[in-house]
Design a protein around this ligand. Structure first.
Ligand SMILES: N[C@@H](CCC(=O)N[C@@H](CS)C(=O)NCC(=O)O)C(=O)O
Length: 208
C-alpha cells in the first residue's frame, strides 16, 4: 500500500476518498477526526498525520513518502498522476480543472458550509436561519454560473467527467438539498456526478 489518505469521511477528506475510488487506487484510509480528542490515536496531533500536514487540517495524503494537503491540490495531483480519463486531455481542459477547483474553495466552500451548518447540520436550537438565508443568497451568483456553464456541455471541461467535475461536485454535495428548479443543468449534472459508482462507494463511507 503506497497511498495513505488522512481524515474522516465526514469531512473534506471525502473528496480525496472519492478520487481514490474513481481511480481504483489501493489506499489506506486513516480516519483522523478533526474534532475529537486531539491527542488520541486518531486525533489531529497524530504524529504521522502532522508530518503529512503541519497545519493539522484534513484531508492530507502520504503517497509513498510524498506528502500533500489541501483537498483540491490532492485531487489534481492524483488525477494528473494516474490519468484514467480524470485528467483533462488538453491544456485548455487543464485550465478549466484549475478554474473550477479554485472556484470551489473560494466561491462555494465558505457559504455552503455556513448554509449547511445553519440549515441542516447543527441541532435545530443552534441554527441561525438568518445566517443560512444570507449564505444561500450569496450562493445564487456562483450557482447560476455553474448552471450556465453546463447548458451546452455535459461536464465542466467538455464531454467527459474529469477532476473538474469531481472537485466542484464534492464541494456542492450539500447543494443537493437545495431547490434547483431554476437551475436544471446544475441539477442534472449533480445527479449525474453523484450516481457514479465511485461516488456512491465514497459517500457510503459516511453513511450518506
Ligand atoms: N481548504 C482546505 C480546508 C481543510 C479543512 O478546513 N478541513 C477541516 C475539516 S472539513 C479541518 O480539518 N478542520 C480542523 C481544523 O481546522 O483544525 C481543504 O480544502 O483541504
Amino acid at each position: 500500500m503506497t497511498l495513505r489518505i488522512y481524515g474522516i469521511a465526514a469531512s473534506r477528506a471525502i473528496r480525496a476518498l472519492w478520487m481514490a475510488e474513481e481511480l481504483g487506487l489501493a489506499y489506506e484510509h486513516v480516519p483522523i477526526h478533526y474534532r475529537d480528542d486531539p491527542d488520541g490515536p486518531l486525533g489531529k496531533n497524530n504524529a504521522d498525520f502532522r508530518r503529512a500536514n503541519p497545519l493539522g487540517r484534513v484531508p492530507a495524503i502520504d503517497d509513498d513518502g510524498y506528502t500533500l494537503w489541501e483537498s483540491m491540490a490532492i485531487n489534481l495531483y492524483l488525477a494528473r498522476k494516474h490519468g484514467k480519463g480524470l485528467w483533462p486531455a488538453t491544456v485548455e481542459g487543464e485550465g478549466l480543472a484549475y478554474q473550477w477547483s479554485f472556484f470551489a474553495v473560494t466561491e462555494i466552500d465558505p457559504d455552503i458550509n455556513t448554509w449547511a451548518a445553519n440549515a441542516i447540520v447543527l441541532p435545530e436550537d443552534k441554527r441561525d436561519p438568518a445566517k443560512a438565508q444570507a449564505a444561500l443568497e450569496k450562493l445564487q451568483r456562483p450557482l447560476a454560473v455553474v448552471d450556465a456553464a453546463l447548458a451546452h456541455r455535459p461536464y465542466l471541461a467538455g464531454g467527459a467527467f474529469t477532476v473538474a467535475d469531481l472537485n466542484l461536485a464534492a464541494a456542492l454535495f450539500r447543494a443537493r438539498r437545495m431547490d434547483h428548479a431554476a437551475r436544471p443543468n446544475l441539477a442534472r449534472w449533480l445527479a449525474d456526478c453523484f450516481s457514479r459508482p465511485a461516488a456512491r462507494r465514497a459517500w457510503a463511507m459516511r453513511g450518506e
